[in-house]
Design a binder for this molecule. Structure first.
Ligand code: UDP
Ligand code: MG
Length: 321
C-alpha cells in the first residue's frame, strides 16, 4: 500500500537553443501548472550549445528553483539529441517533452496527466489543429510530406503532432532503447507503438526569440524522416532503372525493324542526345538515393555519441551517450 501514497514524479524535458529571452517566461508559466498537478516534478532544461546567455539563465533558475535540472552540451547537437539526453537523464514515472518558446501551452500538461492517470494510455500527445503563423508554402509542403510518408513508411505520422507529449516510464524506456544516431522523433514515437491519447490545440506563436528552422532545414528534415523510416526511395530507384531498361529494349527493337523492313537509314542525333541525358540524369538520381542511405549507414556504424554534456547541476548523469 505504501506505493499508493507515494507521489508520482513527472520529468519534463525542455530542449533549448538560444532561448535566453523565452526561458524566464517559460519557467514561470510552466512552474505554475506543474505546481498544481499534485505530483512531484523536475524540469530538465537541456542547453543545446546556445551561443547566447541561455546557460546563465538556466543556472540562475536552478539556483532559485530546486525542481530545475540543467544539462549543458559541449556544442550544438540538435533538438533530437537534446531530447535524447533529457530522456537518458530523466527519473520520472512520467516523462514529457515541451518547447521552451511557450508554443506548447503548459496548461495542457494537466490534461495529458489526467489521460495517463486513467491507466488506459501510455502516452498523451498534443497536436495543433492549424498552422497559424506558418507561411502558406510551408503549410502546403508539410501537408504533402505527411501524405507521402504515411503512404510509404512503416511508422504512421500524424499531421500537426509535434514533440509535445507526456508518456509512461515504459514508453520512455522503449524510446531510450532506440539508440539510433539518425533520430527522427515523430517516427520513433509512432514506431514504438503504445496507446496514444490525442489532445488538439490551436497553434500559438513564439513568446520571444526566433525559430531555428529555415525552409531548407525543413526540407532536409523531411528527407531524413523518409530515409529513416522507409526503403521506398530505393524501390523507386530500382523501378525507374527497370522501366528505362524495358523502354530502351523496345526502342532498339523499333530501330532494328525500321532498318530491316523499311530500309530506313539509322539517324537522329537529337534522339541520342536526349536518351543519354535522360538516362544519365536518372542514374545520378538513383545514385543520390543510394547515397542517402549509405551516408546514414556510415553515421550509424561509426557509433558516435548522441551528445556530450559539459556542465550540469545534477551529479549522477549520463554525460556521454
Ligand atoms: N532547439 C534545440 N536545438 C536546436 C534547435 C532547436 O534544442 O538545434 C529547441 C528550441 O530551443 C525550442 C525547440 O527546440 O525549444 C523548438 O525549436 P523552434 O521553436 O526553433 O522550432 P519550431 O517551433 O519553429 O518548429
Ligand atoms: Mg517553436
Amino acid at each position: 500500500m505504501a506505493t499508493k501514497t507515494k507521489k508520482k514524479m513527472i520529468s519534463v524535458i525542455v530542449p533549448c537553443f538560444n532561448e535566453e529571452e523565452a526561458l524566464p517566461f517559460f519557467h514561470t508559466e510552466t512552474s505554475k501548472v506543474l505546481k498544481k498537478l499534485g505530483t512531484d516534478y523536475e524540469l530538465i532544461l537541456v542547453n543545446d550549445g546556445s551561443s547566447d546567455k541561455t546557460l546563465d539563465v538556466m543556472k540562475s533558475l536552478a539556483k532559485k528553483d530546486k525542481h530545475v535540472v540543467y544539462l549543458s552540451f559541449s556544442r550544438n547537437f540538435g533538438k533530437e539529441s537534446a531530447m535524447y539526453a533529457g530522456l537518458c537523464n530523466a527519473s520520472g514515472d512520467y516523462v514529457g517533452f515541451i518547447d521552451a518558446d511557450l508554443q506548447h501551452p503548459p496548461i495542457l500538461l494537466k490534461d495529458m496527466l489526467n489521460a495517463l492517470e486513467t491507466g488506459k494510455y501510455d502516452c498523451a500527445a498534443c497536436r495543433r489543429i492549424d498552422r497559424k503563423g506558418d507561411s502558406k508554402i510551408r503549410t502546403w509542403f508539410a501537408r504533402k510530406f505527411y501524405k507521402l510518408i504515411n503512404m510509404i513508411s512503416d511508422a504512421q505520422m500524424v499531421d500537426g503532432a509535434g514533440d509535445y507529449r507526456l508518456m509512461t516510464r515504459e514508453m520512455a524506456d522503449a524510446i531510450i532503447s532506440m539508440s539510433e544516431y539518425n533520430r527522427f522523433s515523430k517516427g520513433i514515437f509512432s514506431w514504438v507503438g503504445f496507446n496514444t491519447y490525442w489532445i488538439d490545440y490551436e497553434n500559438v506563436e513564439r513568446v520571444a526569440g526566433k525559430t531555428s528552422w529555415s525552409f531548407w532545414g525543413l526540407v532536409k528534415y523531411a528527407i531524413d524522416g523518409i530515409v529513416n523510416f522507409s526503403n521506398a526511395p530505393l524501390d523507386l530507384a530500382s523501378f525507374i532503372g527497370l522501366g528505362t531498361t524495358v523502354l530502351a529494349f523496345l526502342y532498339l527493337l523499333f530501330i532494328v525493324i525500321k532498318y530491316a523492313f523499311f530500309g530506313d537509314p539509322v539517324q537522329g542525333w537529337a534522339t541520342l542526345a536526349c536518351i543519354i541525358l535522360i538516362t544519365g540524369g536518372m542514374q545520378l538520381f538513383a545514385l543520390g538515393i543510394i547515397g542517402q542511405y549509405i551516408g546514414k549507414t556510415y553515421m550509424e556504424v561509426k557509433n558516435r555519441p548522441h551528445y556530450i554534456i559539459s556542465d550540469s547541476n545534477k551529479k549522477s548523469i549520463n554525460k556521454i551517450k
